[in-house]
Design a protein around this ligand. Sequence first.
Ligand SMILES: [Zn+2]
Length: 155
Amino acid sequence: MNEATSKYCQSCGFKNLATTKFCSECGDQLDKSGNVAKKDSISTEKGLGIVSLVTAILGFTCLPGIGLIIAIIAGYLTPDAQKNSYAKAGASIGVFTLGTALFGFCLTTLIVFIMDISRGGGNAVFLWILAILGIIISSLGVGFHIRWLRKKPTT
Ligand SMILES: [Zn+2]
């Protein structure tokens, strides 16, 4: 796509044809001031965003866990990631997958402990604390990420 015939969406950073009125990525209106034919100086940001998305996808296949963690880091390191749909998608896949996994694991552990009490067990205070911490950390992480996604880009 030629630079002169393209414009960027202010909401998600997607590059659209200059003739379009609404972003083909997020549907936002395009002819607000300030999003006309900006130069493609954001190649590093694009690159980091793509790294984030690719590692997130790898995190589901050959790099479980680690791929998702790299995806989150790359997404968060992307300058103005809120304008970069790759970075947002990659970091979101990482955060929501890991957050759900940790939350589910810790909740299951807690339920097992609670059932254990009726059988006279469940005395491992240390494991109780770990499970509760896991639930709190995963909830905070997902909450933080949602706020990060809504953060206004600086430019
Ligand atoms: Zn858009």
